[in-house]
Design a protein around this ligand. Structure first.
Ligand code: HEM
Length: 443
């Protein structure tokens, strides 16, 4: 069989060490050296790696019926069960229908009030921290605020985000990524190794939160139109979810709906520390709107702010790799893809492809001006995925991130540090390896 080019690897374990030691640079370098389709091997497992917008369009959109979520997502099921992120086929379709109304423009407009209120509370608290001479840990603060927003808007629940939740989410996502991407030698998840025990303890902590939110809803349903109510009682000819499905879906949304947006915002503050001219342009844009409170309609005016977020998602896409498996044989780029192959796509590697992005590693929000966006190659920018499995929460996420960023920059000036450098931390999502620490001055 005609196989795609392969980076040099170990005769037995293949490319395992590359994935284990430094998966991001390993994938970036392999793609730079071997082209748009290549083959990785992890022991006897073959992975077809695609880094060409047309191949990606083929898998995620044109021939999507032939591609299910890959076994790489199975470890995620130990956290999110059979929630929408990892399911396929009929079950996925049923779930997607349940979600749809929660993400209409009307709903998102309603959620914007909660974003504004939670951001005001956050920024008031930052002002108090500054009075005490403290720096702001943007990483933790972003997780806290996005978690509060997701639970308030979709589940009508107020939660306390203590640091143990941060630790639980971080540990669980790191553990899952190790199993999904790096290590086929891992012992079964139910073996009582120290790492497995720590993972199960983290899941128990998150489960406790999920069950509390569900119990609160059952006791007191003040808002019968939110997503959680819809999961329980969708109306029409759709069936409500049973207890297990409900847990899976609530957990999925908690994780998918806060960690991703929080990561983008962390990276954004990081880049603003390094690029004061970008911060100044956001400030100019938001101050043009006057002294009044921002609102949903202002999103149309905050175009540059959105450009900055897109550029951050180009360089640091939170979902930095995705996997699929084909149900029937296929052909991509002139190579045969046998049934059951593992196909991997990395938005991060694609977004730094020099054929589609000039100076791919430099941070430049002008790439996303209206004029430049019109020139982009279709499917060369896919932070929210593509095709039918496109992120259900993308409009929610953009609304939330634009409002939080614009309001922050309007109220505080970030102290510049052009030499600030933080490495990428590839968990299941892409976080800065170290917490982002901000020095702020009240405007
Ligand atoms: C910047 C923020 C976000 C990014 C970059 C992001 C990215 C993604 C990507 C790439 C996928 C597709 C994965 C695949 O095809 O394998 C996805 C799916 C999904 N996302 Fe997001 N997401 C973000 C925020 C959110 C938010 C805020 C929510 C919910 C409120 C959300 C809910 C979902 C759901 C439910 C799916 C599964 C969709 C399906 O399979 O039908 N996401 N997201």
């Amino acid at each position: 069989m005609n196989l795609p080019p392969q980076p040099k690897g170990h005769p037995i374990i293949g490319h395992l060490m590359g994935f284990k030691n430094d998966p991001i640079n390993f994938m970036l370098n392999s793609a730079a050296e071997h082209g748009d389709i290549l083959l990785f091997k992890l022991l006897n497992k073959k992975i077809y790696f695609l880094n060409n917008p047309e191949y990606i369009r083929h898998v995620l959109q044109n021939n999507h019926k032939n591609y299910h979520k890959s076994p790489g997502y199975r470890p995620l099921r130990l956290l999110g069960g059979m929630g929408i992120f990892t399911s396929d086929g009929e079950q996925w379709l049923k779930q997607r229908k349940l979600y749809q109304p929660a993400f209409s423009h009307k709903s998102i407009e309603t959620y914007s009030h909660s974003v504004i209120q939670n951001t005001n509370e956050l920024l008031d608290d930052w002002a108090l921290q500054l009075e005490k001479g403290e720096t702001i840990n943007a990483s933790r603060e972003m997780m806290k605020v996005t978690m509060a927003i997701i639970s308030e808007t979709l589940f009508s629940s107020k939660i306390d985000y203590e640091s143990n939740l941060w630790d639980a989410v971080s540990y669980a996502l790191g553990w899952i990524n190790d199993r999904a991407l790096k290590n086929p030698f891992v012992l079964p998840a139910n073996w009582p190794t120290p790492k497995n025990k720590k993972f199960h303890a983290a899941v128990a902590e998150l489960n406790a939160l999920v069950y509390k939110v569900i119990a609160e809803k059952k006791n007191n349903n003040d808002n019968p139109n939110d997503l959680l109510s819809r999961f329980m009682n969708p109306g029409g000819d759709l069936e409500g979810l049973n207890a297990e499905e409900l847990r899976d879906e609530v957990m999925t949304i908690f994780i998918a709906g806060h960690e991703t947006s929080a990561n983008v915002l962390m990276w954004t503050y990081y880049e603003l520390c390094r690029h004061s001219e970008v911060e100044a342009k956001i400030f100019e844009e938001v101050t043009k709107l006057g002294d009044r409170e921002l609102n949903y309609a202002d999103l149309h005016e905050l175009e540059y702010t959105a450009q900055v977020l897109n550029e951050v998602m180009r360089l640091y896409p939170p979902v930095w790799h995705m996997g699929r498996q084909n149900l029937a044989p296929d052909e991509i780029g002139g190579y045969e893809i046998p049934t059951g192959s593992h196909v991997r796509i990395s938005p991060l590697v694609l977004h730094r492809h020099p054929a589609y992005w000039e100076n791919p590693n430099s941070f430049d929000p002008e790439r996303f001006s209206k004029e430049n966006t019109a020139k982009q190659t279709p499917f060369s920018f896919i932070p929210f995925g593509a095709g039918p499995r496109l992120c259900a929460g993308r409009n929610f996420a953009m609304m939330e991130m634009v409002l939080i960023l614009a309001k922050t920059v309007k109220r505080f000036k970030i102290e510049t540090n052009e030499n600030y450098f933080v490495e990428m931390g590839p968990l299941m999502t892409l976080r800065p390896k170290d917490d982002i620490q901000l020095k702020l001055v009240l405007r």
